[in-house]
Design a protein around this ligand. Structure first.
Ligand SMILES: C=C(O[C@@H]1C=C(C(=O)O)C=C[C@H]1O)C(=O)O
Length: 91
């Protein structure tokens, strides 16, 4: 495969990822509304650890990369919720 071919494949993967990422952000907005209504903290470490363990199990040789990817997603998700709720993330 040429470099251009590989980059084309990356472009296609990115195009497929974006709507899923945006959907995940919309879910975080819905979670924020639920947490506000039920006075729940933004951070749920047990939930994040369960997702990480599940994804790491499926990641084969890329466990560290998958962990870093999900930690980034969680940080973005929590920041979005903080922006919406104006809460201390450590609560
Ligand atoms: C989305 C949530 O809020 C936070 C972000 C999470 C995520 O991005 O998956 C998971 C747990 C929480 O720390 C949630 O509680 O489900």
């Amino acid at each position: 495969m040429s470099l251009d071919d590989i980059r084309q494949k990356i472009n296609e993967i990115d195009a497929a990822l974006l709507p899923l990422f945006l959907d995940r952000l919309d879910c975080a907005r819905e979670v924020a509304a639920y947490k506000k209504a039920h006075q729940l903290p933004i951070l749920n470490r047990d939930r994040e650890e369960a997702i990480l363990a599940d994804m790491a199990d499926r990641a084969g040789r890329d466990q560290a990369a998958v962990r870093a990817f999900y930690e980034g997603l969680f940080a973005i998700s929590r920041q979005l919720q903080e922006d919406l709720l104006g809460e201390d993330p450590s609560c």
